[in-house]
Design a protein around this ligand. Structure first.
Ligand code: UDP
Ligand code: MG
Length: 139
C-alpha cells in the first residue's frame, strides 16, 4: 500500500470544503491514516515548498499557504499518489478535468484548494514534514 500527503489549503478551509475533500478521497478507496489542522508560518510554508524556491510564484504561494489554517492528511491506498492527483485535477483549474476537485472548487492556479504529493520521494518528504510515526494509524 502506498502513502501520500494531501492538504486542504487555506482557501479550501475558508470555503468549508474540508469534508468535501475528505469525502471524495474516502469514496475513491483512499484511507485517511493521519489527520490534523495546522497553521503554517511563512518559514514552514517555505520549507514545505522548498522545491519551488526561486520560481516566480514562490513568494505569493508561501504567503497564501501561511495565511490561515489548513488540514493535512496522510492517505493510504493502492496507487495513492496518482489516485489523489487524479481526483484533484490539474494545478490550473481551467485545465483540470470535469468533476475534479480543483475544476469544481478552485479560484485560480494558486488558490486551488488542495495539495497532493507528486512522487514517492516527495510523498516521503512531505509526510515526514508534518507527521511522526505516532500520528499515523493502521485500521
Ligand atoms: N502555483 C502557482 N502558480 C503556478 C504554479 C503553481 O501559484 O504557476 C501554486 C499552486 O498553488 C500549486 C503550487 O504552487 O498547487 C505548487 O505547484 P505545483 O507545480 O507543484 O502544482 P501541484 O503539484 O500542486 O499541482
Ligand atoms: Mg506539486
Amino acid at each position: 500500500m502506498e502513502k501520500t500527503l494531501s492538504i486542504v489549503k487555506p482557501d479550501g478551509v475558508q470555503k468549508h470544503l474540508i469534508g468535501e475533500v475528505i469525502k471524495r478521497f474516502e469514496e475513491n478507496g483512499l484511507k485517511v491514516v493521519g489527520l490534523k489542522m495546522i497553521y503554517m508560518d511563512k518559514k514552514e510554508a517555505e520549507g514545505f515548498y522548498a522545491v519551488h524556491r526561486g520560481k516566480p510564484f514562490f513568494e505569493s504561494l508561501t504567503t497564501f499557504m501561511s495565511s490561515g489554517p489548513a488540514v493535512v492528511m496522510v492517505l493510504e491506498g493502492k496507487e495513492a499518489i496518482s489516485k489523489t492527483r487524479e481526483l484533484m485535477g490539474a494545478t490550473d483549474p481551467k485545465q483540470a478535468k470535469e468533476g475534479t476537485l480543483r475544476r469544481q472548487y478552485a479560484t485560480n492556479i494558486e488558490r486551488n484548494i488542495v495539495h497532493g504529493s507528486d512522487a514517492h520521494e516527495t510523498a516521503a518528504f512531505e509526510i515526514k514534514y508534518f507527521f511522526n510515526s505516532l500520528e499515523m494509524f493502521e485500521y
